[in-house]
Design a protein around this ligand. Structure first.
Ligand code: GCB
Length: 596
């Protein structure tokens, strides 16, 4: 009997489940990023029309396409208007827009009009989205331009040649939690959705500077600055000019096939948390120029010591999420400044930005105010490690983060993941990421937050071989009530690299009081901090710590009577004001460590 493969009455958008494949290009990725430092920006932030689309009707039918008409030109029935209905603020998280959307996971469509008037006849125009969670598809004037995977890194799409005076832009964002994504389904934070960082236009000349990276060559002599410039024209052989006016440097270097790494003799004043000195660094190529404020420092490791500018440093840190009871994952300059002020009050010189790339303002402001940062990609818990497509996505997010923040002296460590079980496929996956980070960036350390080997009660993880610094998450006193094991862990471990206790802590609801053995009280949490600090003091290979966490944060797996939808391990409550007792314990230790 012949198999009937194509039904005559097939209507693609209701009968085909293969609609997603044509959108899954992932063509907006690290390779299409461009350097925006010092460039003029035109904001497309503001009110956008907004439609949730739980059944993906828009992708199935093509909500970006022009209205359909019959032979007489009359419009056929339709289900969506890009220019009518509810509006939402961009950037924001849709979950905070109205209660009905709080737990919404799925697709949603954004649309708005904008006017474009060329300033130069040959200019090129790029759209940049600072971050949208997770799969973002961009449509301009009925054309599909491409998509980006990854919820926390920026991406660019070129609009040149597609623009008219009056334009309609549509963006479909999908925040489903799926097995193959990074992170995957199970996370201990809130899965916010939407375009939650700035959306902007950039105009550049026909050939422009695409990559611009400057760093102090880590040669222990502090006397060379390397500047890599790559331009959009891969055949360019022109001279480019690099200047650092404050150092009296203006030099030209010939591009070879569109790129050059110039080594410039210079002895800049070094960047450090105590003296966050930055220099204006500029590059010129044809009609294009770029300029950034850059600090120069060397971060390195010798044995179990971490060295900043050749001097041993103890990282007095704290972890922080991007989370706010009112705005969700959307962060403003004020939010970042408040985080940093609280960290400084605690005595920190270091923050771990968990568990995904935070707003780029974080590293910009940390450069200015003098804080060292750990930045991380969300390779969190049970990633689909055997899946090559998942690896590609993770590596792309890592490279996007590195490219975005390459010039930020404050960033000293790239983390390739958090608490992943030590399997063969995980080792292959995460060692690949560690190698990719090292190959791309010679000016930083690579780490990951690893788990304790609970069988051996030992710091032991095969990934450590590929890391410069071992991050260790341990919850003795909380998930693991036995403090004696922490003592054993200390005795059993003899790492040949520095260790940072990247997490430790306990939940306490602010204002909940009781004895030191009553869980979820401030006294219990305080006791955990005391005992942890007492132990950490004795471990000479521990060269830093970043307890979990600065503020309470929303987490959709925490629903007991104290948690009520929040992880309560914050040293400060979710109101970002109320300090718990443990805050002062850590502050005391950090003050002592810092010698004040
Ligand atoms: C961890 C995770 C972190 C969690 C934390 C906790 O080990 O890395 O994402 O939020 O523990 O509170 O359990």
């Amino acid at each position: 009997m012949a198999v009937k493969e194509q039904a005559e009455n097939l209507i693609e958008h209701i009968h085909s489940e293969a609609y997603g494949a044509r959108y899954n290009l992932q063509n907006l990725n690290h390779a299409t990023m461009l350097c925006v430092a010092g460039r003029a920006r035109e904001q497309l932030n503001g009110r956008w029309f907004f439609t949730v689309d739980p059944y993906d009707t828009g992708l199935r039918v093509g909500w970006h396409l022009p209205p359909e008409t019959d032979a007489q030109g009359n419009r056929l029935p339709w289900d969506y208007d890009p220019d009518d209905g509810e509006t939402i603020q961009v950037p924001s998280c849709w979950n905070m827009h109205r209660p009905e959307y709080f737990y919404y996971e799925g697709s949603a469509w954004y649309a708005r009009e904008f006017t474009y008037l060329p300033e130069q006849s040959d200019e090129r125009v790029f759209l940049r989205i600072g971050a949208a969670n997770y799969d973002t598809m961009v449509f301009l004037n009925h054309q599909y331009l491409g998509n980006h995977y990854g919820g926390s890194t920026p991406f660019f799409v070129e609009l040149t040649g597609q623009l008219r005076q009056k334009n309609v832009i549509q963006v479909c964002v999908n925040n489903d939690r799926t097995l193959d994504r990074v992170p995957c389904r199970n996370i201990d934070w809130f899965n916010y959705g939407g375009i939650y960082r700035d959306i902007e236009l950039f105009r550049v000349p026909p050939a422009f500077i695409q990559t611009f990276q400057a760093y102090l060559v880590p040669n222990n002599a502090y006397n060379q600055i390397a500047v890599t410039v790559a331009v959009s024209d891969a055949t360019a052989q022109d001279d480019i000019q690099i200047s650092i006016p404050e150092l009296g440097i203006t030099q030209t270097f010939p591009l070879q096939d569109g790129r050059v790494t110039a080594i410039i003799a210079a002895t800049p004043e070094l960047w450090s948390p105590e003296d966050p000195k930055r220099y204006r660094v500029e590059a010129r190529f044809r009609q294009d120029s770029i300029s950034d404020m850059i600090g120069f420092r060397q971060i390195s490791v010798e044995g179990t010591t971490i060295l900043l500018n050749g001097k041993p440093v103890f990282l007095r840190g704290i972890c922080v999420h991007e989370d706010d009871a009112q705005t969700g994952k959307t962060s403003s300059r004020e939010d970042v400044l408040r985080r940093f002020q609280h960290a400084k009050e605690l005595g920190c010189n270091f923050l771990r930005l968990a568990h995904y790339p935070h707003h780029e303002l974080s590293a910009e402001i940390a450069d200015e105010v003098g804080l060292m940062l750990w930045e991380e990609v969300p390779v969190y818990w049970a990633i689909d490690f055997p899946n090559p497509a998942t690896y590609k996505d993770a590596e792309n997010q890592l490279l996007e983060l590195i490219k975005r923040d390459f010039n930020r002296a404050s960033v000293i460590i790239w983390s390739v993941g958090n608490e992943n079980a030590d399997t063969d496929t995980r080792l292959a996956f995460m060692s690949g990421l560690a190698k990719a980070a090292k190959a791309y960036d010679p000016s930083r350390l690579v780490s990951a937050a690893c788990l304790v080997n609970h069988q051996k009660i030992k710091i032991e993880d095969r990934l450590a071989e590929f890391l410069d610094v071992i991050g260790l998450n341990e919850y003795y006193g909380w998930y693991n009530p036995n403090y004696d094991e922490l003592v054993q862990l200390g005795r059993n471990s003899n790492p040949d690299k520095p260790v940072i206790i990247t997490e430790t802590g306990a939940d306490a609801r602010a204002g909940e009081h009781g004895s030191r053995s009553d869980k979820f009280t401030e006294e219990y949490m305080e006791e955990v901090y005391r005992r942890q600090i007492a132990m950490i003091r004795t471990l000479d290979y521990v060269k830093g710590m970043s307890p979990w966490i600065l503020y309470d944060f929303r987490a959709s797996r925490r629903f007991n009577r104290y948690q009520q939808g929040f992880n309560r391990k914050g040293l400060i409550a979710a109101d970002k004001q109320t300090k718990k007792l443990a805050f002062y314990v850590l502050q005391g230790f950090y003050r002592e460590k810092a010698g004040f």
